[in-house]
Design a protein around this ligand. Structure first.
Ligand SMILES: C[S@@+](CC[C@H](N)C(=O)[O-])C[C@H]1O[C@@H](n2cnc3c(N)ncnc32)[C@H](O)[C@@H]1O
Ligand code: SF4
Length: 437
């Protein structure tokens, strides 16, 4: 799989180090102030609001092995527990229906959502029956699962299958603890064999590993070009307080390398794909859900550890599997905790997502939030203009162009935000005992 990387992809820093560090610092400040949950224990999420549209998020927190860098909510797979859990998910889905919810799309995240295919199939069939308006279902899986002979049974039920590759480079697979899913060459062949089963196949890649040279990244992107999946996500490694400390210092690249690595991605993958958000690329502009929190203002989460964003609040489901089972048995949904945001915090969050998605429009803020973007978020907009992250579109007075620097800033901000969500996870995972897992 050796490929030569031409000098033309040589990359530069998109943003000086001090600006990256300052962004991390500012984000940390806001996250520490805004991202934690209140002590109140809720009986249920709020009902839907007239005229609002929602995505259904469903969490499957099981994996055959646990990757050291991964900060998502997941437990080691035990078949009997997972079977019970899927039944509970179906019960919770019916509760959402009884509460009045309807959905246009569904995102199943993990963990490894395909870990019990028969259960997943039953659950997706129920979702489509209860909510016939669902037009699009997205699932996440790993490169071992796709080699299973029964994987093709998901055809027709899943519109977008996202497969975590991270890198085709065997040394990075080893460093990131992913060699257990096969060599880069094996993973390439498996994806080539299965990607046409679904309308959209997304490949998750990662950068920001220590020792991941620009040539390695360019080679990965060249292999992606050859594979030609409909969608590619290039995540920067997020290291958080939850990441195993020894791993944190060994696998993460230093701050200043990140912008050069990102520039390499833009100079290689960006030449063949359309950039859909700061870290998602598509063969066309319409490749289905990319980052569901960007595409959907509001979503309801079911399952242990799922998040919901409803109205002006973030809701979090119990992280304990036994508590989740008890709640469902007693007729309560998994939603247990909440964080209410001020109107200004909501606008700042929407601005961050607009920069990240490259879709920054005054009309959205005016019509959806009833505010003048330039005056209500004056400080934030001035800062973005001054560092060259945005500029006025000369052809459309409502539209602001997010520059290359702005896209990198969006990536750093969302990376920091997701890492900050770990404050919430840490808070809710801390009291878990062996019987909760
Ligand atoms: C949560 S996993 C679920 C899918 C599947 N279990 C897998 O391993 O690919 C989805 C993707 O999140 C990304 N991811 C997980 N931990 C990450 C981290 N600490 N930083 C950046 N991306 C991460 C990886 O690209 C991974 O493929
Ligand atoms: S990266 Fe995927 S397989 Fe690895 S622990 Fe996280 S969810 Fe599980």
């Amino acid at each position: 799989m050796a490929t030569e990387v031409s000098q033309s992809v040589r990359s530069r820093h998109i943003m000086p180090d001090w600006q990256v560090h300052m962004t991390d610092w500012i984000m940390q400040h806001y996250i520490d102030r805004g991202l934690s949950v209140e002590p109140v224990v809720l009986k249920s999420p709020p009902p839907p609001q007239e005229g609002h549209q929602y995505l259904l998020y469903m969490h499957v927190p099981f994996c055959h092995t646990l990757c050291t860098y991964c900060t998502f909510h997941r437990f080691l797979f035990k078949k009997y527990k997972a079977r019970e859990y899927f039944k509970q998910l179906r019960t919770e889905m019916r509760m959402a229906k009884d509460l009045g919810y309807d959905f246009r799309s569904m995102y199943v995240g993990g963990g490894t959502t395909t870990i019990l295919e028969d259960e997943l199939i039953q659950t997706l069939e129920l979702a489509r029956k209860l909510f016939p308006n669902i037009k699009e279902v997205s699932c996440e899986t790993d490169p071992k699962e796709i080699a299973s002979p029964t994987f093709k049974n998901l055809k027709g039920l899943v519109d977008r299958m996202s497969i975590g590759v991270q890198s085709f480079d065997d040394s990075i697979l080893k460093l990131s603890d992913r060699q257990k899913f096969g060599t880069g060459a094996e993973i390439f062949e498996r994806i080539a064999a299965c990607q046409d089963l679904f309308p959209t196949c997304n490949v998750d890649m990662m950068f920001g590993f220590r020792g991941q040279s620009l040539d390695m990244i360019a080679r990965d992107m060249e292999l992606i070009r050859q594979l030609n999946p409909r969608q590619v996500t290039t995540y920067p490694l997020m290291v958080t307080s939850q990441t195993n400390k020894s791993v944190k210092n060994v696998i993460a690249a230093r701050g200043q390398e990140l912008s050069e690595q990102y520039d390499t991605i833009l100079n290689t993958l960006g030449k063949h794909y359309r950039q859909l958000t700061s870290w998602t690329f598509g063969r066309t502009n319409d490749e289905g859900i990319d980052e569901y929190v960007v595409d959907n203002d509001e979503y309801l989460g079911i399952g242990s550890g799922a998040f919901s964003f409803l109205g002006n609040a973030l809701y979090v489901n119990t992280f304990s599997l036994s508590r989740y089972a008890q709640r469902i048995q007693s007729g309560q949904m998994g939603t247990e905790r909440r964080r209410i945001f001020t109107p200004h915090q909501i606008l700042q969050y929407r601005l961050m997502l607009a920069v990240f998605s490259g879709r920054l429009n005054r009309k959205y803020f005016r019509e959806v939030h009833g505010v003048n973007l330039d005056t209500t978020l004056f400080k934030e907009m001035t800062g973005l203009r001054l560092i060259g992250a945005i500029r006025q579109d000369p052809d459309d007075p409502d539209h602001l162009i997010v520059t290359k620097k702005g896209k990198f800033l969006g990536l750093v901000m969302l990376k920091d935000f997701y890492s900050g969500m770990d404050n919430v996870r840490a808070q809710l995972r801390a009291p878990l005992k062996a019987c909760d897992m």
